[in-house]
Every structure is written in structure tokens, then in C-alpha cells.
Design a binder for this molecule. Structure first.
Ligand SMILES: NC(=O)c1ccc[n+]([C@@H]2O[C@H](COP(=O)([O-])OP(=O)(O)OC[C@H]3O[C@@H](n4cnc5c(N)ncnc54)[C@H](OP(=O)(O)O)[C@@H]3O)[C@@H](O)[C@H]2O)c1
Length: 350
């Protein structure tokens, strides 16, 4: 089988770099085009990028010429699909590209549109069946399908096993790594030895996205009916390089024994881990009994960054509470997008 030719928009950024690195050894994907902002157009990727990963940049990428991401026609000629890792204020062009080819997006720009899936690995692969409707209504040859925000991805994976237990109220407090803000991100003088207790728009994204992710596809595969969840979020940026930490508090409608919660999390209940694709981890949730785990420095890299570590499960003042850690630029970033492409190929949508 010929490899699928993938173009990366935002190729010089943190997520773009991870995509290039992870696709390098992929069995049926290859990066054939790299695009960024117009002022770097025509430069070689190697001269334009500030390469941040420990593995060296392969020469075949460093010699590629950067395309202006706005040159939709050129990209459409050179690729079978694109992954967009653009900031949301530049992602308006995703729908222009969708006229010609599939777009899997990491950006928030299209996430909440009613005709766009908001994919989380193992949680809502069936939402991808919304795509034929989007294509019919818009007359697209391609489509736009989004990945959820990194914090919403991690939260949704940890909540999915518990939805049968009927949580009545959910609170989440996030401690987010600096790499979540892109490169160069937040100034070192603001974050070193510090906690910044606010991230623009992040709380709203977690609250609205989680309801859509946990929602159900309607019978005609034409829309997602959001799940009604009583959810509140607080977000802080902390001085950690990679790996977001989330503390989750739940109250259940009926009395739920903490051992039931543990069984559901440990057993990865309701998570679709059986139909695994190539990049999908064997365990989407890695459960820790130790009271002081998970921690981002130790646990963000489990399953090469593709699992959510969950631990510290206990009761506190009538709430069931636990802590999660996941790699924001891998599971919540490039790895999530690659899983989505694999799921689209498996379902015959690409
Ligand atoms: N970092 C994370 O943990 C994470 C996780 C999940 C989702 N995301 C989302 O993924 C996207 C990329 O994030 P990132 O962390 O990789 O950001 P980043 O490091 O700031 O990279 C942004 C990329 O977009 C390009 N770009 C900026 N403005 C552009 C414009 N007007 N036209 C075309 N290209 C433009 C940049 O190219 P130049 O080099 O030419 O400026 C760069 O390649 C964002 O939407 C972000 O919210 C990030």
C-alpha cells in the first residue's frame, strides 16, 4: 500500500515537530509537505525551525521547503491530507482546505461546530461517522475533524469509565505544563518558580468540549447531542516542561463505593481499547495505587506518552477524588492526531 501523503500546517511549532518525529517511523503515513506562516515561506525547514526534540532532525525533513499555510491550492496538490497545528487565529483556512482534502485539526477554531467531530482516543471514535454529513452539506471532497484540547482529552479518558456510575457533579483543577503554551510560550521570568492561576479560555474549553465529547451521535449521524454534565474547571500554568496534572473531584447521584471507582478505572471500563490501531497504547489508563503518584516528571512518558496515569484515589469530604497525568504534546497533541488518522483509515473515511 502506498503511504498516505501528509502535509503539516504549523510544522515549525511544538506540535508540528512532534508530528514529524512520530510519523517518521509510521507504517502507512509519510510527511511530504511542511507549512508555516508566510514570512518563512521558501526557507528550508532545517533553517527555519528551532528544533526542540532530543532526537535529531532527519535530513529529509530539514531540506524540505516551507510552504505558506495560506496557499491552499499548492497544499491540496501535494498531499492526500493535512494535519493542522495552527494557532486558532490562523485556522480559518482549514475549511478552505476541506473543499479539497481531509483536515485533522489540533486547533480550537472548528471544535465546537455542530458538523465537526471532536475526537478523543478510545472515547468517541463513533463521532467520526458525522463526517459524511459534513461533506454532503458543504459539498466538500475532504472534511475538517478536530482533536479535543489536551486537558479535555485527558479528562475525558479518565471520566469515561465512570459515566455508568452517574456522576452528579464534577470539578477539575488543572496544573498545566509550559509546553502547552507553544514555543516560546510564557516568558521564563513569569513562570520559573511560580504558578500562574489563569489560562485564557481554557476553563470554558474544558467545560464545553467535555460535554460534546461525552455526547451521543444522533440516529442519522448528523449531529452530536451533548451530554448534560455538571462540570466546573479551574486552570493554572505551572513550572513543569511536559505533562499536565489534573485533580478531579466527583459526587455521584447514588452511593458509590470507592472500590467500584477503582475497578472501573483499573479495568479501563467503556474505553475502546480492543480495536487498537497502530499508535494506540495497550493501556489507555495506567492505574497507580501509590498515594503520591502520578507525577508529571515520572509518569507523563508512560507508553511513550500515549497513556493517562491515574492515582491518588480517595474520599475527601463526601467527594471521590483522584489525580491524572498525561503528556500534553503527545497524547494531547501529535499522538492524538495520529490515532485519529488511523481511526479514519480503519473506518474507511480516508
Ligand atoms: N502545545 C500543546 O501542548 C498543544 C496541545 C494540544 C493542542 N495544541 C494546539 O495546537 C496548535 C499548535 O500548538 P503549538 O504548541 O505547536 O504552537 P506553536 O509552538 O506556537 O506553533 C505554532 C505554529 O503555527 C505557525 N503559525 C503561527 N501563525 C501562523 C499564521 N498566521 N499562518 C500560518 N502559520 C502560522 C507557526 O509558524 P512560524 O514558525 O512560521 O511562526 C508554528 O509553526 C494550537 O492551536 C494549540 O492550541 C497545542
Amino acid at each position: 500500500m502506498d503511504k498516505l501523503r501528509v502535509g503539516i500546517l504549523g510544522a515549525t511549532g511544538i506540535i508540528g515537530q512532534r508530528l514529524i518525529s512520530m510519523i517518521e517511523s509510521h507504517p502507512f503515513l509519510e510527511v511530504t509537505s511542511v507549512a508555516s506562516s508566510g514570512h518563512k515561506s521558501g526557507m528550508t525547514y532545517g533553517s527555519a525551525v528551532r528544533w526542540l526534540l532530543p532526537e535529531p532532525l532527519n535530513r529529509k525533513y530539514s531540506e524540505m521547503k516551507l510552504i505558506d499555510a495560506g496557499r491552499v491550492a499548492e497544499l491540496a496538490k501535494e498531499c492526500d491530507m493535512v494535519v493542522s497545528a495552527l494557532p486558532s487565529d490562523a485556522a480559518g483556512l482549514e475549511r478552505d482546505l476541506a473543499q479539497f482534502l481531509p483536515v485533522v485539526s489540533k486547533s480550537s477554531y472548528n471544535r465546537m461546530r455542530s458538523d465537526v467531530p471532536l475526537y478523543v482516543p478510545g472515547v468517541n471514535e463513533d463521532h467520526l461517522d458525522l463526517i459524511p454529513h459534513q461533506q454532503r452539506v458543504n459539498g466538500y471532497k475532504g472534511f475538517v475533524s478536530c482533536d479535543a484540547n489536551c486537558s479535555s482529552t485527558q479528562l475525558a479518558i479518565s471520566l469515561k469509565p465512570l459515566m455508568d456510575l452517574e456522576p452528579q457533579s464534577i470539578l477539575v483543577d488543572t496544573m498545566q505544563a509550559v509546553s502547552g503554551a507553544g514555543y516560546p510560550g510564557i516568558p521564563s521570568m513569569d513562570i520559573l518558580g511560580n504558578v500562574v492561576p489563569f489560562i485564557q479560555d481554557e476553563e470554558e474549553k474544558i467545560m464545553s468540549e467535555t460535554k460534546k465529547i461525552m455526547g451521543a451521535l444522533d440516529r442519522n449521524n448528523q449531529s452530536i447531542l451533548p451530554r448534560s454534565i455538571d462540570l466546573a474547571a479551574r486552570c493554572s500554568r505551572i513550572s513543569v516542561q511536559d505533562g499536565h496534572t489534573e485533580t478531579v473531584f466527583l459526587r455521584f447521584r447514588r452511593g458509590v463505593d470507592i472500590s467500584e471507582v477503582r475497578k472501573a478505572l483499573e479495568g479501563q471500563r467503556n474505553l475502546n481499547v480492543k480495536e487498537r490501531t497502530y499508535s494506540f497504547p495497550e493501556k489507555l489508563i495506567v492505574f497507580h495505587s501509590a498515594v503520591d503518584r502520578p507525577q508529571p516528571r515520572i509518569d507523563a512518558w508512560v507508553s511513550r506518552g500515549m497513556s493517562v496515569s491515574v492515582g491518588g484515589l480517595r474520599e475527601s469530604g463526601g467527594w471521590v477524588t483522584f489525580t491524572t497525568v498525561a503528556h500534553n504534546t503527545i497524547l494531547g497533541g501529535a499522538g492524538g492526531a495520529i490515532c485519529q488518522i488511523e481511526a479514519l483509515v480503519k473506518r474507511g473515511i480516508i
